[in-house]
Design a protein around this ligand. Structure first.
Ligand SMILES: Cc1cc2nc3c(=O)[nH]c(=O)nc-3n(C[C@H](O)[C@H](O)[C@H](O)COP(=O)(O)OP(=O)(O)OC[C@H]3O[C@@H](n4cnc5c(N)ncnc54)[C@H](O)[C@@H]3O)c2cc1C
Length: 455
């Protein structure tokens, strides 16, 4: 006899676990399948282990900077295996928490890859399961570029299985993952080079931030080969050789490809369920996250909209409330704050200057400075940039963009203000906290420029 559920979730990552847990708490009978690791990408090969490594890299910089403040500290080198052990223990702890959260909520767990048999039937490890509603929350996978020798390079997952730090690293790509990897490996002591197709990194971010980030990376001796794509990767007697289409020949011990991710739908047998895919391989959904089959839903990276953990959990929670909590609601895809954990980090919310100017004239307030810490440490490549994009007609703050230490921690509060509809006058009225970098956001008195509506 097939087990029957009100909701069956495919994928035990950020979105799937949240939806399963909250649905069960609302009284639904819920099952969930996970093929690889509970907690999904974020916990196992994404946000969490990466942020631990970012912190490790930052300690090295702090130790160096402390000399200017009178400390006599000697950096004795970094023990990669010690860091890896601490990181892996934390990931294992979180895996356990995810499992216990699901069990505590009464969700039935299945370990294995699930596939559709028909629109109401799923199979996991030879077991047949029937469900009134099904959620596809299978996330995405990194893809390698289609060049000869690509299999010799690493993808982002591989960082967390390396036994030692590679000395010479090339990172291909200019999205947030590429930059974070370049930055943390540099901080841990590797020689790092970036190669990317665009003229500037961080496509989609505000242009001033993109330029400031490119400058900061270069000042920190991260080599940049912009406007160049990889042609081939080959083994040599001393390691690897990456060739680019502008003639670069880059010798390396490790090459990371962070050139893109693809929705994970292979093997789901979606045809059997009648679920349609879009041009990028993403599961097509409506505003309620329903697929082309009304009782089959999809969310998180597999729908390829805003590929961030809090977006997956927010939409998963909203779906659970809608289906089983008698509280129909949607999580908004507008004004989603995000961060890049580089050194210095970047955080951003709302419209870029370019996006805002498409809607109407905007006033730009921008400042770039060295924080007190770095006027003393003299560290290069750690300038702070803060920018507000303000609607010239309504005075509403449409976007805030920040590169500098603690930018992600600080932007969370600014995000609340922007979602509440704050105007520039509200920012001006706010008393600063002194001495901080954050206070600059409320003391940006001088208009930097007015940008007219673009046609
Ligand atoms: C290196 C890296 C760093 C990142 N850093 C950040 C960050 O700092 N902040 C942030 O917000 N986001 C970050 N992200 C993005 C974030 O990890 C994803 O947006 C988030 O995990 C998406 O959640 P999800 O539930 O859609 O998918 P996932 O978390 O990927 O979960 C999907 C799960 O489904 C499972 N699965 C797939 N197919 C099947 C199947 N057929 N049957 C059963 N199980 C299946 C997978 O094994 C996986 O566990 C990062 C991503 C990467 C790769």
């Amino acid at each position: 006899m097939a087990q029957e559920f009100d909701l069956f979730v495919i994928g035990g990552g950020s979105g799937g676990v949240r939806c399963a847990r909250i649905s069960a708490q609302h009284g639904a009978k819920v099952g969930i399948a996970e093929g690889r690791f509970w907690g999904g990408t974020c916990v196992n090969v994404g946000c969490v282990p990466k942020k631990i490594m970012v912190s490790a890299a930052e300690y090295g910089l702090w130790a160096e900077d402390s000399a200017a403040f009178g400390w006599e500290m000697t950096k004795q080198g970094h023990d990669w295996s010690k860091l890896a052990a601490a990181r892996d223990a934390e990931v294992a702890r979180l895996n356990g928490i995810y499992g216990r959260l699901l069990e505590g909520a009464g969700v039935t767990r299945f370990e294995g890859y699930a596939k559709f048999v028909d629109a109401h039937t799923v199979e996991v490890g030879g077991e047949t399961i029937k469900a009134k509603n099904i959620l596809i929350a299978t996330g995405g996978n990194a893809v390698r570029p289609e060049i000869p020798g690509a299999e010799l390079g690493y993808i982002s997952d591989d960082l967390f299985t390396l036994k030692e730090m590679p000395k010479r690293v090339v990172v291909v790509g200019s999205g947030f993952i590429a930059l974070e990897y370049a930055s943390l490996l540099k901080g841990l002591g590797a020689e790092v080079t970036l190669m990317y197709r665009q003229a500037l990194p961080l496509r989609g971010f505000d242009q001033d931030i993109r330029q400031a980030m490119a400058d900061a990376l270069q000042e920190q001796f991260i080599g940049i080969h912009a406007s160049e794509s990889p042609l081939s990767l080959e083994k040599t007697s001393t390691g690897l050789l990456l060739k680019g289409d502008n003639g670069s020949h880059l010798a390396a011990d490790a090459v990371f490809f962070a050139t893109g991710r693809k929705p994970a739908t292979a093997g789901l047998n979606l045809e059997a369920a009648g679920v349609k895919l879009g041009a990028r391989g993403e599961v097509l959904v409506d505003d309620n996250h329903a697929t082309s089959q009304k009782h089959i839903y999809a969310l998180g990276d597999v729908v390829d909209r805003v590929n961030l953990t809090p977006m997956a959990t927010a939409t998963g929670h909203a779906l659970a409330d809608t289906l089983f909590g008698h509280k129909p609601r949607k999580a908004s895809y507008e004004n989603v704050p995000s961060a890049v954990f580089t050194s210095p980090p970047v955080a951003s919310i709302g419209l870029t200057e370019e996006e805002a100017a498409k809607r109407g004239p905007v006033n730009i307030y921008l400042t770039k400075f060295n924080t007190m810490r770095h006027t003393i440490s003299k560290r290069v490549g750690r300038k702070t940039l803060m920018k507000l994009v303000v609607d010239a007609e309504t005075d509403k703050v449409l976007g805030a963009h920040f590169m500098g230490e603690d930018a992600p921690e600080m932007m969370q509060g600014v995000a609340v203000a922007i979602i509440a509809g704050a105007t520039k006058a509200h920012f001006d009225q706010t008393i600063g906290i002194h001495p901080t970098a954050a206070e600059e956001f409320v003391t940006l008195r001088t208009l930097t420029r007015r940008t007219e509506k673009t046609v």
